[in-house]
Design a protein around this ligand. Structure first.
Ligand code: 2NE
Length: 272
């Protein structure tokens, strides 16, 4: 995918609250109800990568510009045969990679939803760890109406969130659901008046930030591992390796190798 530099962002606004530990990614195509084109997704991906790598960031907010929409999914005006077409003329479904990136990000991601979260935009909020919704939020899958679907997380993760019957209802009927109903269905953590969306989201982020980042990281990995098969275990396993590399026992092996001696693991307890 053609790369974009941070200073060249056009479709996304990226902000970091200095000293707060919070990064905010805002999809900024309000005239299109924040529909994404390939470039929008590339830009979001760049911002998520920065938030992941920045050790001062502990939580990421994903939201949409304006009050009318979080995101209305793939931009149908650039949909071609085989995917959504950007400046390079190549059809892509790069939002699927973005879903994986959000899922794998070892820091909590909070969706702040005002207005429509529909189609691929609904899936983006579902793959975030938490969702805070304004009372004007509207949720649903529109794909079957426009000849599209997401048979990945968009279907299977949804079923984990709302149950099989409701997931089939959401996809087969392509209805839209208000914020209160979405909360009852388990799609949303909390609904607040529109004017309280930002302060409420920040309050949740600050409470998250007061907790152990490593505990949160391992919890996210474990919750993913229960759903994501080998790929989920790989994430949880990677976190275990990261912790082991920080231990004396792990470092004894490396130091012994580098100094050409036999490792001595005898001082490390075999805990029950
Ligand atoms: C979102 C919704 C319900 C909003 O309705 P409303 O009445 O508030 O606004 P309106 O007038 O429909 O939209 C305002 C402008 O935004 C554009 C519209 O065409 C309109 O443009 P103008 O007439 O002002 O020029 N717009 C909105 N959504 C757009 C979109 N997704 N693509 C391109 N232009 C869009 C209503 O707008 C709506 O239903 N939108 C379509 C939702 C949709 O079907 N999304 C695609 C689902 S498929 C998908 O996302 C997907 C997937 O299934 C699998 C992989 C990847 C992506």
């Amino acid at each position: 995918v053609p790369s974009v530099a941070r200073e060249d962002l056009t479709d996304v606004i990226y902000q970091k609250a200095v000293g707060e530990g919070i990064a905010k990614i805002t999809i900024n195509r309000p005239d299109k109800r924040n529909a994404f084109r390939p470039r929008t997704v590339t830009e979001m991906s760049l911002c998520f990568a920065d938030a992941r790598d920045d050790p001062s960031i502990g939580v990421v907010i994903l939201t949409g510009a304006g009050d009318l929409a979080f995101c209305s999914g793939g931009d149908q005006s650039v949909r071609g045969k085989g995917g959504y077409v950007g400046a390079d003329g190549v059809p892509r479904l790069n939002v699927l990679d973005l879903q994986m990136q959000i899922r794998r990000l070892p820091k909590p991601v909070v969706a702040a939803v005002a207005g429509y979260a529909v189609g691929g935009g609904h899936i983006l909020h579902m793959v975030c760890d938490l969702t805070i919704a304004a009372d004007n939020a509207v949720f649903g899958q529109t794909g079957p109406k426009v000849g599209s679907f997401d048979a990945g997380y968009g279907s299977t993760h949804m079923a984990r969130l709302v149950g099989q019957k409701r997931a089939r209802e959401m996809w087969f009927l392509a209805r839209l659901y208000g914020a209160a109903e979405a909360e009852r269905m388990g799609l949303v953590n909390k609904v607040v008046p529109l004017r309280e969306l930002e302060p409420e989201t920040l309050a949740w982020c600050r409470q998250i930030l007061s907790n152990s980042p490593t505990a949160l990281r391992l919890l996210k990995s474990a919750l993913n591992a229960a759903e994501d098969g080998q790929a989920g275990i790989q994430q949880l396993g990677g976190d275990a390796t990261m912790l082991f590399y920080q231990s004396e026992e792990g470092n004894e092996g490396r130091e012994a190798y580098l100094s050409g001696r036999r490792p001595d693991f005898s001082r490390f307890p075999r805990l029950p």
